[in-house]
Design a protein around this ligand. Structure first.
Ligand code: SF4
Length: 198
């Protein structure tokens, strides 16, 4: 651990060396639910959300856990549309958060990360497909952060993030009229794009 990495707000307090699981924190804060894709869904925006957190010692009254209409109906559109086949249709992870069982589909984070960066030939330039072959051969040795040509797990460079599970979920929730925030036009009006000659 690094010395003086983080500092307490006063000498009698611990240093804030914590790593928040933002989706679980969002669930505990009553903002919505975690979908089968493990993407967080809110009744206002569905999967189109990013969270930030502020650590404070101020006593605050907690909001209740979200108990509105169920958002994720296990349609499995996220599973079907993930180009990385990263989300299991049958296996799940279950945890208990403040007495509530929260469940999502088992996710292969390496496949998710790779697809997120464009590791699929029909949505990324030539050569990316090779990395899937590497992964399939040695899944335990495979590290997409090393194998990929540069740190592309970032918003500006992400391909799958808005192309696979999130977009499929958004379209499904829109079709089922589950979201309060609506577009004037359908979210998707054109055919999903593909690389040429793939
Ligand atoms: S696409 Fe369907 S199954 Fe997947 S998270 Fe959204 S609502 Fe749930």
């Amino acid at each position: 651990m690094k010395e003086n990495w983080s500092k307490p707000v006063s000498p009698d307090k611990p240093a804030p060396d914590v790593f928040l699981h933002m989706r679980i924190a969002a669930f505990a804060a009553g903002l919505g639910e975690i979908g089968w894709s493990k993407v967080f869904l809110t009744p206002e925006f569905g999967p189109r959300v990013r969270f930030g957190a502020v650590l404070t010692e101020t006593p605050l009254d907690p909001d209740p856990i979200y108990s509105g209409p169920k958002l994720c109906d296990r349609c499995m559109a996220c599973v079907k549309n993930c180009t990385g086949n990263a989300i299991s249709r049958t296996e799940s992870v279950k945890i208990n958060v403040a007495g509530h069982i929260v469940e999502w589909g088992k996710l292969d984070e390496h496949k998710c990360s790779l697809a997120f960066q464009g590791g699929q030939a029909d949505v990324a330039p030539d050569g990316e497909q090779l990395k899937y072959a590497d992964y399939d051969a040695k899944p335990h040795e495979y590290n997409p952060f090393i194998a990929s040509p540069g740190p592309r797990y970032q918003y500006g460079r992400a391909i799958e993030g808005a192309r696979g599970c999130i977009r499929a979920c958004m379209m499904h929730l829109e079709e089922k009229e589950k979201l309060k925030n609506k577009f004037r036009m359908p979210f998707q009006r054109r055919k999903p794009w593909r690389m040429e000659n793939k």
